[in-house]
Unconditional design. Sequence first.
Length: 281
Amino acid sequence: MEQSRIRELTRIAYEIRKDTLTAVYSAQSGHPGGSLSIAELMAVLYFEVMNVDPKAPKNPDRDRFVMSKGHCAPALYATLANRGYFPREDCATFRQADSYLQGHPDMKGVPGVDMSTGSLGQGVCAANGMALAAKLDGKDYRVYSVLGDGELEEGQVWEAAMFAPHYKLDNHTIFVDFNGLQIDGPITEVMSPLPIDEKFRAFGWHVIVTDAHDIQKLVDAIAEAKATKGKPTAVIMKSTKGKGVSFMENEAGWHGAAPKKEQYEQAMAELDAAIAELEVC
């Protein structure tokens, strides 16, 4: 991929972070940490990889995306807004009375949302169903889903992990946001799911371990997943919770907390500075 395109996708990731923070700040509620850590992936999927059209959000032949860790709806809404599904300024209505942008993804009310999620573990199961439906219907659309590493503590995730290889769902790629933190602290202290890569391999998945914040590596991982036949792919993304905002990075306290005015202004200034640096390159 050309460096100019990598810079453009990186810029989009920072814009996604800005709209994510605007949503959480405006609501004074939400989950910024795990939303910020997947911004590069969201930019790559929606602006480079997925076959989607904001003008036809229900096209039966579109690729599907499921935010299994539904509390990270701010990242999904910010991505959809930047992609043109609805106005970016609507992100500021997140979680407010009469807003269609609820605290968790709502497929009935938000254009571009393919599955309503919130109860952890259920999203990836629904994504499996979508992928199996494509197989049964002879369709070639692909399904992508994102799980949190803390979400791996849910038992039905591992039911889904058995299901996908059994039905040879090579059209389903999952991404595990491996930032090592959940709301109560380090995942290794709460209920360790490690080693994540070896567990998915044991269940029959093709596994790729990569950097969640490297655009080229994400693109390469998805290309490898597309080329893998006969089994689903799990991309284990090593990430930084709160990525892009200095005081939020690697801090479990920002899993589900909203910034105050001065913090929001500092965060936006840091993101604007990162965007400006890209434009100089």
